[in-house]
Write a protein that binds this ligand. Sequence first.
Ligand SMILES: Cc1cc2nc3c(=O)[nH]c(=O)nc-3n(C[C@H](O)[C@H](O)[C@H](O)COP(=O)(O)O)c2cc1C
Length: 264
Amino acid sequence: MSEKKIWAMYFSPTGTTEKIVRCVADVLAGNDQAEVFDFTLPQSRSEGKTFTEKDAVVFGVPVYAGRVPNVLLKYLDTVQGGGALAVPVVLYGNRNYDDALIELRNILEKNGFHTIAAGAFIGEHSFSKILAAGRPDDKDMELARDFASKIVLENRGMIQVKGEDPIRGYYQPRDRKGVFIDIRKVKPLTADSCTDCKLCAQVCPMGSISFDNVREFTGICIKCGSCIKKCPQGAKYYEDEGYLYHKHELEEGYTRRAEPEVFL
Ligand SMILES: Cc1cc2nc3c(=O)[nH]c(=O)nc-3n(C[C@H](O)[C@H](O)[C@H](O)COP(=O)(O)O)c2cc1C
């Protein structure tokens, strides 16, 4: 049994980050229950959070464009470590995590956490149902449990992780002519099979889908895949040529099985 209060804290629109973070936190908590703080939905990010040195936080985000999702940066600075231990964890869709883990580590250190271990795991790609399909799978979960069992809950200096510092720019997809594909303004469309159940509006981490008219976007779309993957009718879809080209290119180009990397 740990003397620290163990937390699982994560942003996870399609649930892969949640799966690994909860698993690691549960092993660390032993016979106790890990506390869960899920900051995926906008209302959960409306105020900051403060930890103390009595806490140890397994802290997870997905990798977006090789980095910590930029829409979270402001919020992450409102999370104060207060001397708590932290285990940064990133989930990526089988391409690469680039500088996401080192960026998350740096953010946590800057905000008063002591990072003691870290990991990069693989999750089904937000854009796809075939790229890293079903991951994290049983083998990944076993590796996550093994990783957690090796974590020593004490501050022995900032954990060293893979990645470049200064951190590189955001990964940018290109089309077949080498021209950058800009999908920032792309939003899902809604098919006639939509039954107006409003689940998409409930699960959008940006709160961008109108409850009055679920076909309408009132804010930005981060392409997280939550509305697409959770719609019971499969009614949300993308039609944008650049998005579909990039998705296809990822599915064709990253078929090898990437393996989790952990830092202890
Ligand atoms: C906008 C965006 C950018 C992404 N960029 C990358 C990337 O650079 N490398 C990668 O391997 N996966 C990338 N992914 C895939 C996610 O990191 C991956 O699917 C992750 O498991 C999703 O986490 P979640 O299930 O907790 O939402 C990206 C996903 C989105 C939505």
